[in-house]
Write a protein that binds this ligand. Structure first.
Ligand code: UDP
Ligand code: MG
Length: 329
């Protein structure tokens, strides 16, 4: 892929939160592999409001290791937001996103860049986890259930997806046009589409420190992801309401028959019928409201209706990869 700009060809974005122990080690290794992959590279490290010495370590690294620069967020915003900051700041024609704990093997950088440069027109190279490192069983089962549910609810495939990815500039620009506040990086990239290739990798254990994801944080992420990608939970109310109505009809008939045959206690028939009617009416009207909420939510997200991957024929102005409409500020 040719590129006439003078900026870096390859950007590597790394979010870091309380990673003082291994950050400089990670950056040395990553810089080594980045250098092999492209002579014009930069490494953008986003300090996500760490409470330890990550920023000092990062400042030293930026003086010592070629290509390293840092951003420091004002507080801990969470990995997803730290990634946003890094992606918006990255200048490269290709951007690789990876973790600071060497769980995303840097050896793959060269492979990813090679695949991207090849003529296949690959826009996204996605790292797919082959074996999840020695994670606790609970987390493994949790991840499996979550990705299974997400795949079924949204119709996009999420299994094995990781945050280790190479994105072409046009994908990054397209991603910037998704204006939502609550981001779920993996899901957004899947939604974007584009031509995706996969490379498999094994997840080694963390190189130092410990995972920042407690159970609650993971549950929050899962909930955000499901809400952002699916209105199924809202529709569920409607389905339950309908089932309830069918049941109510059966029960109503039975109650009436009992009354007419004289087997019912006085007054109960009315109570049962009222409960049934009101119950199903409430659920069905809730689901109607739910449908509108879903529609409003979709509109409020204000995502572009479509994204163009390539054009043929006349050369467009700029870098030749001009996307539709005005770019998101
Ligand atoms: N991270 C971050 N902000 C946070 C939590 C994590 O920037 O609030 C970074 C962290 O420094 C690491 C990456 O996100 O580079 C993945 O975190 P971690 O290794 O703890 O997650 P796991 O690999 O256990 O899913
Ligand atoms: Mg990790």
């Amino acid at each position: 892929m040719t590129n006439e700009r003078n900026g870096p060809e390859l950007s590597i974005v790394i979010p870091a939160y309380n990673e003082e122990k291994q950050l400089s080690h990670t950056l040395e290794i990553v810089a080594l592999h980045a250098e092999l992959a492209s002579s014009r590279y930069e490494i953008v490290v986003v300090d996500d409001g760490s409470s330890d010495n990550t920023w000092d370590v990062l400042q030293q690294c930026s003086k010592r290791i070629r290509g390293v620069r840092g951003l420091r967020l004002s507080r801990n915003f969470g990995k997803e937001t730290a990634l946003c900051a890094g992606l918006e700041d990255a200048l490269g024609s290709a951007v690789i996103v990876m973790d600071a704990d060497l769980q995303h093997p840097p050896e793959l950088i060269e492979t990813m860049v090679r695949m991207w440069r090849s003529d296949g027109g690959i826009d996204i190279v996605e790292g797919v986890k082959r074996v999840r490192g020695n994670e606790p069983v609970v987390k493994r089962i949790g991840a499996k259930t979550f990705y299974g549910a997400l795949t079924r609810l949204t119709g996009h495939r999420f299994e094995g997806a990781s945050d280790y990815k190479l994105l072409d500039r046009k994908v990054v620009d397209a991603w910037k046009r998704l204006p939502e506040r609550t981001t779920f990086f993996r899901g957004m990239i899947v939604w974007l589409g584009f031509h995706t290739a996969k490379v498999e990798f094994d997840v080694p254990p963390r190189s130092g420190g410990q995972t920042r994801w407690g159970f609650l944080a993971l549950a929050r992420l899962a909930l955000n992801a499901i809400i952002a990608y699916s209105a199924v939970p809202l529709r569920l109310i409607g389905v339950v309401g309908l089932l309830f109505m069918v049941g109510a009809f059966g029960l109503g008939v039975q109650t009436l028959v009992r009354k007419w045959t004289g087997g019912a206690v006085t007054g109960f028939t009315t109570v049962i019928l009222l409960l049934l009617v009101i119950g199903s009416a409430v659920m069905i009207s809730l689901s109607t409201i739910g449908e509108y909420v879903a529609a409003i939510y979709n509109e409020v997200k204000g995502r572009p209706r479509y994204l163009i991957r390539e054009r043929a024929g006349q050369e467009t102005e700029g870098n030749g990869f001009a996307l539709t409409g005005g770019r998101h500020a």
